[in-house]
Design a protein around this ligand. Structure first.
Ligand code: AMP
Ligand code: MG
Length: 508
């Protein structure tokens, strides 16, 4: 029996679940993207990993994908997770895409250090990309070495799994495997490959790349749009008229992103590098480089060392998302109407939906956070605005809402402690309490545990030095973010003052 006979659970199960099956019950690693979009696919193989060692394996996710964790832990399994041992039928590719990075356009980015191994069918019957990051240089590498270090790959693992546990759409982490290669950064670091799972890796930048091919009738762009529909919005495939179908796709992306960014804002997530190549068509959060969660609420918060102008500051994220969606519209213009002016008119109207949908999603979310889901948006708008003015630069964003839940149950002291203007807070609290907030509902909506910057750093430093215990412990805590548990107090606390101002670096 070979590794590939072991790696998926029984073919009978898989048949029932998906209707797909590989030869002789082997895992079916599809090549749907490579087949549909050869113009965006460069067949490539992973660099050799001389001494693979598994650092983290997401057993639940493996199970969802029909992969057997025991098989993945064998040496053949590790070979699979670093891309050296792939099924015969697979066609690993580096994906081509373009992108606006900090507002400047790069026509050719692409997977410089990543590979799409192929697509697996999950237990719900959905195709999921299996993708490697840190798997060696590709023709898109430009000056890069194609590698990734253990710390940043474990960082992506912990951050995306925390987002998933918070109920926020995201790519997932299947595994991090150390490669045995030394990566040269400011200091030599151990190298690693992250095996990532996504609804797909189609990005705004994929459309920009396809658009720039300037082919007759925009053949690749059209195929890309229909591929995106098949992967993410399959009901739209029933729309016969091409322009109407592609407009519906655009509208769906606008809706998905409006919902996603509202979720980021509600939980205090700062992505840090919202370039158009880092924005998905599926509406999943992707590319966890310099991201971090707010501690003190402040709209101007920036963590990334390279974001000197604050373009991707916490409070700018909705505006930037809208800007990125305008770039998507530009790329899709030829699909929307034959005449450019008409296409622009259609796109502007569709993009106009973003602000409204974002506002609706955010308002509903913030009413949930305040335990008043039934209150009218008009009634709550001034209340919410006044709260954020009161707490700005003072209160810990995560702790505040858990403290307010105590307030809803009669004890305002913990929330009062978070602000300087106590009289102002008390006046605000009376207006809020008059709406009858439900504290238990608030506890179900507001996390106790988020990946606090000092805890993430502590876990990654230990892991880089060879001790995975703090990383594993942190992962366990973050897997149940809403459930306050005795003994985990330090995971709910903000960073000590000695931690200082937090700066993140791109994971390169
Ligand atoms: P990111 O900021 O991680 O989204 O990456 C932006 C672009 O730089 C993508 O095209 C990446 O593939 C590429 N890139 C980042 N780091 C490296 C690296 N070490 N080697 C090669 N390409 C890289
Ligand atoms: Mg990226």
């Amino acid at each position: 029996m070979t590794f590939f006979d072991l790696v998926q659970t029984s073919p009978a199960d898989r048949d029932v679940r998906t209707g797909h099956e590989g030869p002789a019950g082997r895992p079916l690693l599809g090549h749907h993207f490579a087949d549909a979009l050869p113009e965006l696919s460069l067949p490539w193989t992973a660099a050799e990993a001389p001494a693979p060692q598994l650092l983290a394996l997401n057993e639940d996710l493996a199970g969802d994908l029909g992969l057997d964790p025991t098989a993945l832990r064998t040496s053949a399994g590790l070979g699979f997770l670093v891309g050296g041992n792939v099924p015969d039928e697979a066609t690993p590719v580096a994906q081509g895409y373009a992108g606006h990075q900090f507002g400047g356009y790069s026509p050719r980015l692409g997977d410089g250090r990543a590979l799409l191994l192929g697509e697996l069918t999950d237990c719900d019957g959905h195709l999921r990309d299996l993708h490697l990051k840190g798997s060696g240089r590709t023709p898109f590498a430009r000056g890069g070495d194609g590698l990734a270090a253990v710390g940043p790959m474990l960082r992506e693992y912990v951050m995306c799994e925390a987002m998933h546990a918070l109920g926020i759409p995201t790519t997932r982490a299947l595994a991090v495997t150390a490669t045995g290669v030394t990566v040269r950064r400011e200091v030599p670091l151990p190298g690693a490959v992250l095996a990532r799972v996504a609804a797909s890796h189609l990005r705004v930048g994929s459309f920009q790349y396809a658009r720039a091919l300037e082919e007759p009738d925009h053949a690749t762009l059209r195929r890309l749009a229909d591929h995106a529909i098949a992967r993410h919005y399959p009901t739209l495939a029933e729309i016969d008229d091409d322009a109407s179908r592609h407009l519906a796709l655009y509208r769906s992306v606008v809706t998905a992103q409006a919902g996603l960014i509202a979720r980021w804002m509600l939980v205090g997530f700062v992505h840090g590098v919202m370039n158009t190549d880092n924005m998905t068509i599926s509406g999943e959060t992707i590319d966890y480089g310099p991201c971090a969660f707010l501690d003190v609420y402040d709209p101007v918060t920036v963590f990334s060392s390279i974001d000197a102008d604050g373009r991707y500051a916490y409070g700018n994220q909705p505006t930037i998302a809208e800007w990125n969606l305008a770039r998507l519209a530009e790329a899709m213009l030829p699909l929307l109407a034959d005449e450019q002016d008409r296409a622009v008119e259609i796109a502007v109207e569709a993009l106009g939906g973003f602000r409204e949908q974002y506002a609706v999603a955010w308002s509903a979310g913030v009413r949930d956070k305040l335990g008043i889901p039934e209150a009218s948006p008009e009634e709550t708008e001034p209340l919410v605005e006044d709260l954020f003015t009161l707490i700005s630069g003072q209160a810990d964003h995560t702790q505040l809402f858990r403290a307010l839940a105590h307030g809803a149950r009669g004890d305002l002291a913990p929330a009062r402690d978070q602000v300087l203007d106590v009289a102002g807070f008390d006046a605000w609290a009376q207006r809020w309490l008059a709406l009858g907030p439900d504290g238990d509902l608030m506890d179900r909506d507001n996390p106790v545990y988020i990946p606090r910057n000092h805890l993430v750093e502590e876990a990654l430093a230990a892991a880089t030095a060879g001790d995975l215990t703090p990383f594993e412990r942190l992962g366990e805590v973050l897997a149940r973010p809403f459930e306050e548990r005795a003994g985990l107090e330090r995971y709910a606390e903000p960073a000590p003052d000695s931690f200082g101002r937090y700066t993140t670096f791109c994971g390169t």
